[in-house]
Design a protein around this ligand. Sequence first.
Ligand SMILES: C[S@@+](CC[C@H](N)C(=O)[O-])C[C@H]1O[C@@H](n2cnc3c(N)ncnc32)[C@H](O)[C@@H]1O
Length: 278
Amino acid sequence: MASTAEELREEVRRRYADSVKAVTGEGDGCGCGSGSCCADDSAASAAGSAKFGEVLYEAEQRGELPDAAVLASLGCGNPTAVADLREGEVVLDLGSGGGIDVILSAKRVGSTGLAYGLDMTDEMLELARRNVAEAGIDNAIFLKGLIEQIPLPADSVDVVISNCVINLSTDKAAVLSEIARVLRPGGRVGVSDVVAEDHLTAEQRGERGSYVGCIAGALSKSEYIAGLEAAGFEEVSIEFTHEVADGMHGAIVKAIKTEAPEREGIPVIQPAPKAGCC
Ligand SMILES: C[S@@+](CC[C@H](N)C(=O)[O-])C[C@H]1O[C@@H](n2cnc3c(N)ncnc32)[C@H](O)[C@@H]1O
């Protein structure tokens, strides 16, 4: 069992590299059958099979995607349905996996917009690039990296989306402050994630499913709200959509980056007139 954050992250990376093999038929992968690896056996059996993966997308949306992108869907929601993407926007998908939400975002923002996918797993990035090429998309870019250290400049993104990935991070405070850094002031977050009811302790979350299966590492609703507010977000909302394990839910997380975070709470001091000035 992983004991350090590094080891846990490596376990997550291996799990999702294996899941690519399941999708491409090159191996047993994680053995989650339908391709939904973001649920281990206990969570999947407790919650039923329609809680993770492609079933969370409208049939119409699935119809416009390459089969491999649909099969590789491992999320717990459909962030593109809640992020209200507009023509010309720059979108960043954290933990983009096989690319399903990057493809949908790229179509929404059109040729004047751009969709970035960020993932740490080479096998996922390779699959996503193939899927994007098959979909005929030319306004998507995949980046290799960690969601805790986003390889993009400050204030460069309009919308951050993510589908069932933040719960897998071993440093969620870093993820939330990185999201705040890359979003332009007034930019927004529209994320699907697993979120625990507030009464569940960390130990009780761990009893309901594994870390790599997107259950044990989930934040509670209050922890998520406090983390986003501490990172400089306002209008934070978390809506439970479907139960994935006892007291744990697929949820839609929304927030807006405050327009002027550096001025919050700091009195504006007028500069003293320079000597000799009029
Ligand atoms: C549960 S899958 C979700 C994939 C995709 N969002 C979807 O809905 O199908 C998690 C993905 O996040 C990536 N991931 C997990 N932790 C990460 C981290 N700390 N930094 C970057 N990528 C990460 C994994 O490699 C994997 O592709």
